[in-house]
Design a protein around this ligand. Structure first.
Ligand SMILES: [Zn+2]
Ligand SMILES: [Zn+2]
Ligand SMILES: [Zn+2]
Ligand SMILES: [Zn+2]
Ligand SMILES: [Zn+2]
Ligand SMILES: [Zn+2]
Length: 244
């Protein structure tokens, strides 16, 4: 069954990963489509592949980490250099992002779908997702450096972390899990409320990080896209100004 995805010129066909007979990398998130991938959406002539969750990622989400504005799914970054820095994991990305152009806030698709809590083999308690330094209690002064309890590398306060508050056990999101929760924050399924009643992880304000229902009309989405284009125009004018 063919279908069209907004990020690609040609129709995509859906396969099981083992049907492809080779290891392929998702063009949306640059992670491999391995055996844990439920389905792969493919354009063979272009060597273009998408995870099911990347292909089905909503055109916008209302993400609890950025409550000011909806995040728009962009097929490629609009910044100079064609990369974005993910506000969740701090790593660069060059394909799909959930972007608020007004705030220059960007998330990898996978980071936008991180579960609000995970169980890790490295810790006996469930770990909750925290959106950076403003919700993670810091020990002592802010000159004290946090380190990831799994890889022992620096844990940047501005990036997200999975934490067990009672044990002061804090780890990189990527060290804790590779899991994604498809459809998180783009519909009203409440299957993600596992951390209810355990303090204030993730969205910080009640609801325990449940999916936030997004009700945008087509007209409102148009308006958002228009604002985004204006913002992009302003950015390119500004960068032209710097060059000239
Ligand atoms: Zn992907
Ligand atoms: Zn193609
Ligand atoms: Zn990320
Ligand atoms: Zn914003
Ligand atoms: Zn780590
Ligand atoms: Zn613990």
């Amino acid at each position: 069954m063919d279908h069209k995805h907004f990020s690609h010129l040609h129709n995509l066909t859906i396969h099981h990963p083992y049907e492809l007979g080779k290891q392929v990398v998702c063009s949306g998130c640059h992670f491999p489509c391995d055996n844990t991938t439920t389905a792969v959406h493919a354009c063979h002539q272009c060597n273009f592949f998408l995870h099911d969750h990347c292909a089905n990622a909503g055109r916008y989400v209302k993400h609890p980490s950025h409550k000011l504005h909806p995040l728009i799914l962009l097929p490629y970054p609009t910044y100079a250099g064609s990369t974005f820095i993910c506000n969740a994991c701090g790593r660069p990305g060059k394909s799909f992002s959930y972007c608020c152009a007004l705030c220059e806030f960007d998330l990898h698709v996978g980071c936008a779908m991180l579960p609000v809590s995970v169980v890790s083999e490295h810790h006996e308690h469930e770990l909750g997702l925290y959106y950076g330094v403003q919700v993670v209690p810091r020990r002592g002064s802010n000159t004290e450096q946090e380190y990831c309890n799994i890889c022992n590398k620096v844990l940047e306060g501005r990036n997200w972390a999975y934490c067990c508050q009672s044990c002061d056990f804090n780890v990189h999101t990527s060290c804790a899990t590779t899991e994604v929760v498809p459809g998180l924050y783009q519909d009203d399924l409440s299957q993600c409320g596992a951390v209810d009643g355990q303090g204030q992880p993730a969205d910080g304000g009640g609801g325990g990080g449940n999916a936030v229902e997004v009700e945008l009309t087509e007209a409102e989405l148009e308006k958002l896209m228009f604002d985004l284009k204006l913002q992009m125009l302003a950015q390119s004018m500004a960068s032209l100004g710097k060059i000239g």
